[in-house]
Design a protein around this ligand. Sequence first.
Ligand code: ZN
Length: 410
Amino acid sequence: MAGARRTSRDIRSDSRLDVLHAVLSATETTRNEIARSTGLSPATVATVVGELITEGIVVETRMSVGRVGRPTAALAMNADRGRVVGVDVAETYVRAVLFDTALEQIGFAELERDEHLLEPDLIVDAIGEVLDRVVAQAGLAREQVLGVGVSLPGLVRSSSGISVFVPYWAWHAVDLDHLRDRVRLPLVIDNPLKAIATAELWLGRGRYVSNLVTVNLGTGVGAAMVLDGRITRGATNSAGEWGHSLLVLDGRLCRCGRRGCVEAYVGAPGILQTLGEIAPDHPLLDATLQRDAIGAMARAASGEDADPAVRETIARTAYYLGAALADLVAVVNPAVVTLTGWTTWTLGSHLLPAVREHLREQAPGPSILDLELEISTVRGNSVATGIATIALERFLADAGLITTHIPLAL
Ligand SMILES: [Zn+2]
């Protein structure tokens, strides 16, 4: 587990990350408990904890006296070391979430966006505005914010530099200087799948397994992958676009322009399209917002008088999702697949049992021997949490506390 992860990372950096992860995951812990849970030697733990205390990242909260022996110091993350902000830029909203340095959410601000207004300047303004708002609401001075992470869909790194390429947005070339000027704080940017992978690595099942896929289900869908303890980025930071892999040859038209993509079946609009195929006049199809329609589906799926068309839609969606996950599992062979994203929070519990069954039936036997499929334990907006975690990681790297393998954009 922790040991397996360590093989693929710099040892010194990794012992610090392991200690940080151990402290983060426990409300309160001790040096002995950290040594037990990470497999690091007590001497290494003592050294690393000492460094983290010196930098104000970890604090000794109190001394407890056991029945025998010397008093033991309880350790916790120093939540008040500073603040980090994660900004999730999505099709229909821009949300800034404020975290303390124990990665507990302490505030948020959101702007709804008109999905037809996609000019880069408007998006940069929206990012600046939610950031200003969340900082003001918390009564913070700007310098108390140690870092800001911004998640941009379609963020690509190539030999010619960083660009944002969102095929369904008019935003093919974002002016990153403009964004940096507007934010005026240490800034990292990455794409949402990499943010989700980071959240899972620091706060979810990624703490315990080396091979993990987190599937994001919302308007779009994608797969965040951690393989052999490392986030899978690919040559241009574009790995994980599983939503645009093929589920049905010559199937439904996807918004990317191709036919038969996974997203066209298990993205929120795809789920509603399935409902429309089953019950063309269903009243839920009149909802103007996808979130309202999917939320109403979850309510209509429960109880004695459950709506049969909705139940059938959920059954078919589980079939599509199970089949598409079987391909992903066949290629990647993860130990754990977790589901996240707003469709998961709404419909996940209805989908999960049938998805598990279809996955088991369709994935190649050896790949699912030890496979677990679960709903992610990272709650809230995992994109905002993940990108804020990357901002914290950047701060720790700049302080010389970790050598991160994450290529930090700005
Ligand atoms: Zn597509």
